[in-house]
Design a protein around this ligand. Structure first.
Ligand SMILES: Cc1cc2nc3c(=O)[nH]c(=O)nc-3n(C[C@H](O)[C@H](O)[C@H](O)COP(=O)(O)O)c2cc1C
Length: 343
């Protein structure tokens, strides 16, 4: 298996071969984020150069498959390759059933979520809760690998607590039974999203396995991307919150200029239209608020984001945004504003 140990920005552009059928066009991935990385947003990230996208988590629990939410989550993003869907669960038989249905629909990579710290997920013994039971992780991965003819990958955290190394053990076990790639978020289950990601722990996993290992956590710009690459020497970088409100982070890390305010406004309008047509009126109006708030916050004009959030209908949203031009953004822009995006 091809290892890279990213150190320099130029290396982000190197394609990654997962097996004889599946490859990625570069080493930059958009992280799965439930409620954020839907089809409209993943399409945008792809357009701006992301080399790999993963669906938001689909639960393998019975009864959820036929819901509209699940259907929208697992759809293919037009023109995006490979088509990867993330599943969560702890019952290998049920997970195989879900994964087989996905593969029948054309899914090319199955990613398993062993990282989500949310109570709702962990109570079902899924996500990061499964780190408690490394034998179970091994059973799940091994049974899925044996049942499917597509690559199985895992995404996890450093451990249950800051002190343990269960994440490393989980990835080592997953590799030993056939996982083809892993992503490590440099925080523990207990940390949730607090503190900073531990890139030393990511490095220790990179050194412990031979499959490609993507580093994840707090990559928001070029400096943080280089820092993570230098500190953890991963095979790729996965970016989550750092892409919200700036999907051009991928093209920027791949060596292109940042878009101007005018160009950003064009993308924001296109993104809004895509959200409205994907979700329809009511849900579209709701989903668009998080994204537009983030774009304006990144433009240091959160006041405009707040104005957008107060609008009720998709028609009002569209009309309002069409009227925003560079002059309006500049008049509301304050360099003193925080640019951080809340999770
Ligand atoms: C709102 C939100 C939803 C998330 N949903 C998922 C998910 O469905 N599956 C998953 O593996 N990770 C999920 N994550 C975790 C991210 O994929 C990523 O590991 C985490 O945000 C750290 O990376 P970042 O600092 O680049 O955001 C989610 C994170 C956020 C903020």
């Amino acid at each position: 298996m091809e290892r890279l140990g990213l150190k320099k920005v130029e290396e982000f552009r190197t394609p990654l071969i997962l097996n004889d059928q599946i490859s990625m066009r570069n080493r930059l991935a958009i992280a799965p984020m439930a409620g954020l990385t839907d089809i409209p947003f993943r399409s945008l990230c792809w357009r701006f150069g992301a080399g790999y996208t993963v669906s938001e988590m689909v639960t393998s629990k019975e009864g959820f498959w036929s819901t509209e939410k699940s259907r929208l989550r697992r759809l293919a993003v037009p023109g995006v390759y490979p088509w990867s869907v993330q599943i969560a669960g702890s019952d290998p038989a049920q997970m195989i059933e879900t994964a087989k249905k996905l593969v029948q629909e054309g899914v090319q990579v199955i990613d398993i979520n062993f990282g989500c710290p949310a109570k709702k997920v962990c109570r079902q013994m899924a996500g990061s809760a499964v780190l408690k039971d490394l034998d179970l992780i091994e059973r799940i991965v091994s049974q899925l690998v044996n049942a499917l003819d597509v690559p199985v990958t895992v995404k996890t955290r450093t451990g249950l607590t800051r002190a343990d190394d269960l994440g490393r053990e989980a990835v080592v076990r997953a590799e030993s039974v056939g996982a083809k790639m892993a992503v490590l978020h440099g925080r523990s289950k207990e940390c949730k999203f607090q503190g900073t990601a531990d890139y030393g722990k990511i490095r220790s996993v990179v050194e412990a396995v031979n499959i490609p290992l993507f580093a994840n956590g707090d990559i928001n710009d070029l400096d943080s991307a280089i820092l993570v690459a230098e500190k953890s020497g991963p095979d790729g970088l996965m970016i989550g919150r750092g892409a919200i409100g700036q999907p051009w982070i991928f093209s920027y890390l791949l060596g292109e200029e940042l878009p101007s305010i005018e160009e950003r406004l064009v993308v924001m309008n296109e993104h809004l239209d895509a959200i409205h047509s994907f979700y329809g009126s009511e849900r579209g109006a709701r989903v668009s608020r998080k994204h537009l708030m983030a774009y304006f916050t990144r433009l240091r004009a959160p006041v405009l984001g707040k104005q957008f959030v107060s609008l009720g209908t998709p028609q009002e949203q569209t009309a309002w945004l069409r009227n925003i031009d560079v002059g309006v953004v500049e008049s509301f822009s304050s360099s003193a504003e925080e640019v951080a995006i809340a999770a």
